[in-house]
Design a protein around this ligand. Sequence first.
Ligand SMILES: Cc1cc2nc3c(=O)[nH]c(=O)nc-3n(C[C@H](O)[C@H](O)[C@H](O)COP(=O)(O)OP(=O)(O)OC[C@H]3O[C@@H](n4cnc5c(N)ncnc54)[C@H](O)[C@@H]3O)c2cc1C
Length: 463
Amino acid sequence: MSDYDVIIIGSGPGGYVAAIRAAQNGLKTACVESRETLGGTCLNIGCIPSKALLHASELYEEVSGGHLKKFGITASASIDHAGLMASKDKSVKGLTDGIAFLFKKNKVDWLKGHASFESKNSIKVGDETHTAKNIVIATGSSVTPLPGAEIDNAKGVIVDSTGALSLAKVPGHLVVIGGGVIGLELGSVWRRLGAKVTVVEYLDQILPGMDGEIRKDSAKLLSKQGMEIRTGTKVTGVKTGKSGATLTLEPAAGGAAETLEADVVLVSIGRRPNTDGLALEKAGLALNPRGQIEVDHYLATNVPGIWAIGDVTPGPMLAHKAEDEGVAVADNIAGRTGYVNHDVIPSVVYTMPEIAGVGLTEEAAKEKGEIKVGRFPFLANSRAKTNQDTDGWVKIIADARTDRVLGVWILNRLAGTLIAEAALAMEMGASSEDIALTCHAHPTHAESLKEAAMAVTGKPIHI
Ligand SMILES: Cc1cc2nc3c(=O)[nH]c(=O)nc-3n(C[C@H](O)[C@H](O)[C@H](O)COP(=O)(O)OP(=O)(O)OC[C@H]3O[C@@H](n4cnc5c(N)ncnc54)[C@H](O)[C@@H]3O)c2cc1C
């Protein structure tokens, strides 16, 4: 007889959500977590602490950068570094404790320790073996190392994202290797707090995978804020000295090498799936060439009774993708219908302004067929003008024949919140006309979505 109906390995946003939903579905459920606290990367060392620092540093820059003067307000600010870190830690603790509370409330057993497979329906955690009719692998991902740049978060010279969330002081010069989401967010935090920040990116633009226009315009805005962005440049060596590090850089296309001195180097070149030590072979599971666990539409692996969700599977490494898969897998296990529409997963970069998108990029949409594009700048939005915060735009990409919305991209202070409307519209199969005909409250930034939708047919009102 099985101990459990379902065991979930990993308590990140994929695993903990799957565990709660499985228990809600009446299944006897356990979740294994080797970390001291629940919540995975996202709550402990990812989304939450990074957003806590982004919010605090944004408030600091608003005041210290003199941005309030234009509203007739003068104020001064200083940094209490210990207080800043304590406030971030408080956010993390509140949320991770919250998951422990939800586990108790829903009668999910937390099996503390590292899980490895013994067979396709049993796992070992410490000295104990547990069996289950269904096992969900939700082990997430870890930082991809850069050969030659040994990460030592305790020393604080070459750090990964976890180290960059807890630097002992504001560095004089922070060099970020990798112009992706995490590097730009954490680079923004320390730049706002006073560091000189240089981002070194191998590709010819930052933010790989996003719409070309938003990549270009966000690089311009981040540079204007003082972040030095060096695209088309590769790091060929990082040497630590007595206090900092020396990087060797070369043009990606080839050419003369140069050196760059840094107090702190943040390595953020990507993340890789966590499968080490799981003994997947004992369950009969293999990895794809990218080290991920392949799943079908139901989130089932090729071994009956074993499922996988979140960062350990293909697709964008995002908390909300993992969460939605968590609900879907628990429903599928319970014999209901769980479904995730992977074509409509929004992504947000929490810089200032925020950068958000859902669906196809303009480049990808063009490759698929004829499109119409509507754009609207926040310069023409009454609320953004009133707030004296007019950077950015909305772009709606629609199918030229059916008018169905294929993608939406937003560059704006509130882009992360505004993109939810676009995701809902796309999930409902909306046309750009549906958005244009939907009444939007005035004066709001959201009116720019309506105007961009009107612009698809060439008839926006305010430009
Ligand atoms: C700095 C940073 C900022 C981020 N910001 C955002 C953001 O703003 N928005 C967003 O959507 N995403 C963000 N992400 C990505 C997000 O954190 C991940 O996509 C998300 O956490 C993936 O969830 P998951 O459940 O798949 O795995 P994870 O959250 O990685 O959780 C997996 C858990 O499994 C545990 N585990 C692994 N192996 C075992 C084992 N064998 N036995 C027991 N336990 C095990 C791990 O300890 C871990 O706690 C960020 C990531 C980082 C690093």
